[in-house]
Ligand binder design. Structure first.
Ligand SMILES: Nc1ncnc2c1ncn2[C@@H]1O[C@H](COP(=O)(O)OP(=O)(O)O)[C@@H](O)[C@H]1O
Ligand SMILES: [Mg+2]
Length: 483
C-alpha cells in the first residue's frame, strides 16, 4: 500500500516539476529575448540620433584638421561616445580619442560599402577585456550627394549583462519557489488521494477475509467517494448473502436433526421389541400379538413421517399440482367426522358438524381438502380430553369459511406463531404422548395457500383452539375463468 502512495506521489511530482521547469524555462528564454531586443533597439536609436547630430555639426567639413578634431573631442565629451571618421576608402582618418591607435586602420568593408552608398549600418562587437559588447553605428559623413566618408559612433551596451544576471536570478528563485510549492502541493495531493485509498484497501482486504460487516468511512463526493460507496454496497450484498447462507445452513441442519430425531424414536422402539421377540423372551402368544401390534404401529409412524416429509418437500418446491374440480365441502366434512367418530368416542368426546345451508361448492382438490381436515381434526382429537369438537362451514358467497374448534388443551400465545413451523411441537417433553411429527400444520398451511386460501388460529390455554380456513367459493372462479 505504501508502494501505491509512493508511486502516485512520484508520478504527480514528476509532472508538476516538468510543468514548472518547462514553464519557467520557456518564459525565461522569451523574456530575455525580448529584453535584449528592446535594449538593443533603444541603444541603436539613441546612437543613430547622436550620429546624425555629429554629422550635422561636421557635415560642412571634409578635411581633417585641428578644428575638426577639437569638435570631435567636444562631441565625444558631450555625448560620451567614441567617434571615428573614415574616408571613401574605408580608412579611419580621425578619432575623438587622444590616442590615435585606430588611425589608418580600415573599417569592415561591408560597413564602409553600405555607408558610402548612403545607408546606415550597425554592428555589434565583443571587445576583449570588456564585459559588455560594443554597439557601433555608422552613417554617411556629409550632406546630400556629398559623401566624404563615414561617421562611426561606439557605445558599450551597458547593463545587458547586469539585466540578464538579474533575470537569471529571478528565474532561479522562481524555479526554486515553484519546485518547493509543487513538492508541497504534490505531497498534499497524493496524501489526500492515497489516504482514503488506503482506507478502502484495508476495508476490501477485511471483506476478502470474510469480515463482511466492515464498511469504508470516507466522506468524499468524488470518484474515490464513489469507489467507497461501491465497496460498501458490495459488503452490504456480501453480508446479506452470508446471512442468508448461514440461515439456509441452519435450516438444513435443523431439518436433518429433526428428521433423524423423528426417525430415531420409532426405530429404537422397533429395535427393542424385535430383540425381545428374537431372544424368545415373549413366550405367551397374546403378548407376542401385542408386540406385533406395537411394531406395526411404529412402522406406520415411521412411514407416516416419510410420507409427510415427501409431501412437505413437494409442497415447498411447488411440485404439487392440485387436481381441482367442483367440490362439495359438506360431504367431506361429514366423511371426516365419521372417520374420527370411533376414536373420539373412545376418548369420550363428541364430534359435531354445523353446515350452513346454501354452501357454494369449492373449486378444489378433494383429496387435499380431506387431508387438511383430517390433520386438523386429528390434532383436535389428540389434544382434547373432554368436551366437543365442532366442524363448521359457512359462507358469504365469496369465501367459504371452514373451522375446526375444540375444547382441548389450547396453545399458549408464545407458541401460537410457531405451530406452523415444520417439526414444531408445543412442549417437546410431553412428546411421548404426542406421537405426531410436527409436520401436520406445516402441510396444512401449504395446502391451504395452494388453494389461494388463508388459515388462522385462535386459542387459549385450557379453553381450546379454533382453526379457521377461508377458501374462495366456486362462483368467483366461474367468473374469472372463461370456459
Ligand atoms: N387443536 C390443538 N390443540 C392444542 N394444540 C395443538 C392443536 N393443534 C396443534 N397443536 C399444537 O401444534 C403442534 C403442531 O401440530 P402439528 O403440526 O399437527 O404437529 P403434530 O400433530 O405432529 O404434533 C402440536 O404438536 C401441538 O403442540
Ligand atoms: Mg398433527
Amino acid at each position: 500500500m505504501l508502494g501505491m502512495s509512493k508511486s502516485i506521489f512520484r508520478r504527480l511530482l514528476f509532472s508538476f516539476l516538468i510543468t514548472v521547469l518547462l514553464g519557467l524555462g520557456i518564459s525565461g528564454a522569451l523574456m530575455s529575448m525580448f529584453a535584449k531586443n528592446y535594449i538593443y533597439e533603444a541603444k541603436q536609436e539613441e546612437l543613430l540620433r547622436k550620429a546624425k547630430k555629429v554629422n550635422a555639426a561636421i557635415s560642412q567639413r571634409n578635411k581633417v584638421d585641428d578644428k575638426l578634431l577639437a569638435q570631435l573631442a567636444f562631441l565625444d565629451e558631450s555625448f560620451d561616445n567614441r567617434i571615428w571618421l573614415f574616408n571613401q576608402q574605408g580608412k579611419i582618418v580621425a578619432t575623438s580619442m587622444k590616442s590615435d591607435v585606430f588611425i589608418g586602420k580600415s573599417v569592415a568593408a561591408s560597413i564602409a560599402g553600405k555607408v558610402l552608398k548612403g545607408q546606415n549600418a550597425m554592428t555589434e562587437l565583443q571587445i576583449e577585456g570588456l564585459e559588455d559588447p560594443m554597439l557601433s553605428v555608422a552613417i554617411p559623413w556629409g550632406a546630400g550627394d556629398h559623401v566624404y566618408g563615414g561617421i562611426v559612433l561606439h557605445a558599450p551596451i551597458e547593463g545587458i549583462e547586469k539585466t540578464f544576471a538579474q533575470m537569471r536570478e529571478t528565474i532561479l528563485w522562481a524555479t526554486l519557489f515553484g519546485v518547493l510549492l509543487s513538492t508541497a502541493m504534490v505531497s498534499y495531493l497524493s496524501w489526500s488521494i492515497s489516504r482514503p485509498l488506503q482506507k478502502i484497501e484495508r476495508t476490501a482486504r477485511e471483506i476478502g477475509r470474510g469480515n463482511f460487516a466492515e464498511r469504508v468511512t470516507v466522506d468524499m463526493t468524488d470518484e474515490i467517494g464513489e469507489l467507497a460507496g461501491t465497496i460498501n454496497m458490495l459488503s452490504d450484498r456480501l453480508e446479506k448473502m452470508e446471512q442468508e447462507r448461514r440461515h439456509v445452513e441452519q435450516v438444513r441442519n435443523d431439518f436433518l436433526a429433526n428428521v433423524s430425531h423423528e426417525l430415531r424414536t420409532p426405530l429404537t422402539a422397533m429395535q427393542g421389541f424385535l430383540e425381545a421377540l428374537q431372544d424368545g423372551l415373549v413366550e405367551d402368544e397374546d403378548a407376542r400379538q401385542r408386540y406385533y401390534t406395537v411394531l406395526y404401529t411404529e412402522t406406520m409412524q415411521a412411514s407416516r413421517l416419510v410420507d409427510d416429509l415427501m409431501d412437505l418437500m413437494k409442497l415447498e418446491n411447488n411440485e404439487i399440482t392440485l387436481a381441482r374440480f367442483p367440490v362439495d365441502l359438506a360431504e367431506i366434512i361429514s366423511k371426516v367426522a365419521f372417520t374420527f367418530q370411533p376414536e373420539a368416542e373412545e376418548k369420550g368426546i363428541r364430534i359435531e358438524t354445523e353446515i350452513a345451508s346454501g354452501l357454494p361448492r369449492l373449486y378444489a382438490d378433494k383429496d387435499r381438502i380431506t387431508q387438511i381436515l383430517n390433520n386438523l381434526v386429528k390434532n383436535a382429537v389428540k389434544f382434547t380430553d373432554e368436551g366437543t369438537i365442532t366442524l363448521a362451514a359457512s359462507t358469504d358467497n365469496e369465501w367459504v369459511k371452514l373451522s375446526v374448534t375444540d375444547t382441548g388443551s389450547g396453545i399458549g400465545p408464545d407458541d401460537l406463531d410457531r405451530i406452523w413451523e415444520r417439526f414444531f411441537k408445543v412442549d417437546r417433553g410431553r412428546s411421548k404422548k404426542n406421537k405426531g411429527t410436527g409436520l401436520g400444520l406445516a402441510i396444512v398451511k401449504e395446502l391451504v395457500e395452494l388453494h389461494e386460501g388463508t388459515i388462522t388460529v385462535n386459542s387459549e390455554p385450557g379453553m381450546g383452539s379454533s382453526f379457521t380456513i377461508l377458501l374462495p367459493a366456486i362462483d368467483k372462479y366461474r367468473l374469472e375463468r372463461p370456459s
